[in-house]
Design a protein around this ligand. Sequence first.
Ligand SMILES: *Cc1c(COP(=O)(O)O)cnc(C)c1O
Length: 425
Amino acid sequence: MLEGYKKETLCIQSGWKPVNGQPRVLPIVQSTTFKYDSSEQMGRLFDLEESGYFYTRLQNPTNDYVAQKICDLEGGAAAMLTSSGQAANYYAIFNICQAGDHMILSATVYGGTFNLITVTMKKMGIDCTIVDPDAPEEELAAAFKDNTKCVLAETIANPALVVLDIEKFARQAHAHGVPLIIDNTFPTPINCNPFAWGADIITHSTTKYMDGHAMSVGGAIVDSGNFDWESQADKFPGLTTPDDSYHGITYTQKFGKAAYITKATAQLMRDLGSIQSPQNAFLLNVGLETLSLRMERHCYNALRVAEYLESHEKIAWVNYPGLKSSRYYELAQKYMPKGTCGVISFGLKTGRNGARDVMDKLKLAAIVTHVADARTCVLHPASHTHRQMSDDQLTKAGVAPDLIRFSVGLEHIDDIIADLMQALC
Ligand SMILES: *Cc1c(COP(=O)(O)O)cnc(C)c1O
């Protein structure tokens, strides 16, 4: 940890800190395995008696330096990288939930997360109650059951752009003795630190702004170290009772604030193996170095585009939490005073068919299944990412059938607006 430094500095300096004679730039440790001189030492590594690398399916130094940087940016206690954002959310939940357990999910989460939890994890025996992120506190409270183990929501929902009342969710999670997991992909730690508002665990799809150049798929999990697992020992036996697969280690006793991440690495990475490749971690680190600069420009450009669209006679509605007209403006100002994200959504007066026409006329903004990178891109969720959802599910997820998701890139703002202008005329 680089104490006291600002985020701009952490983006550059945190993680890999070379000592005398070492490479200035983070090395890629392109090795599946690591050599030891005594078999006894290797044995101690396997028992988690000693820390050290032995096989890249579990841990790799390149990954760990990058995870450390993300951990510092979020103000966490421990972190790990995963091969994708999907793997990050899966591990974050599965680390503390098992068959027979229950969790609470915000209705507006990313479609991939929604499917992961309501389809695949349901088959694994983990039940879930879906709640409206804007629900009054009593309604939220009523969703908890005796076997509820966690709550998951997004700081800014993709693509609904609902800004979460993090404190409301944290209050209810803690009142019921469970942690709040926040997917902080859209604002990134540059614009929001959910730990400061009561979140316990943060996940990221690093594929988005953190990488920032659409180069590699990846994810991260950060633990604040604040949730007191011991005080809810009967709810979280995986953390608070001996792990037979590691010679009877009890994670909370042996690893303290790193218990949750150590368990996710030692058990889930060992058994499921969704490790990020060291090559991708290296690229992610390059992206992280400019994250603060890029977020500032993404937010500046997005606000200009949102204001332009709001004033256009062919546009029916614009949703961007940075706009004064947004119902989430106040919440966004409180949690993200520097800006929210570069993604906006809007609908045309000509509806669903009009959306298709405008998208086909755009020249600079490309139609791609991606958001949050340097290049402006556009997507129609109802016909692309969310096409498996019914109209009713779409509406509940905050995705209107006419919604165009516009991810504002880093090109000059005049060129982005000119592209929209010609497509809309
Ligand atoms: C993209 C995304 C994910 C999934 O991440 P992948 O890296 O594509 O697996 C999860 N959450 C949010 C908010 C996302 O935008």
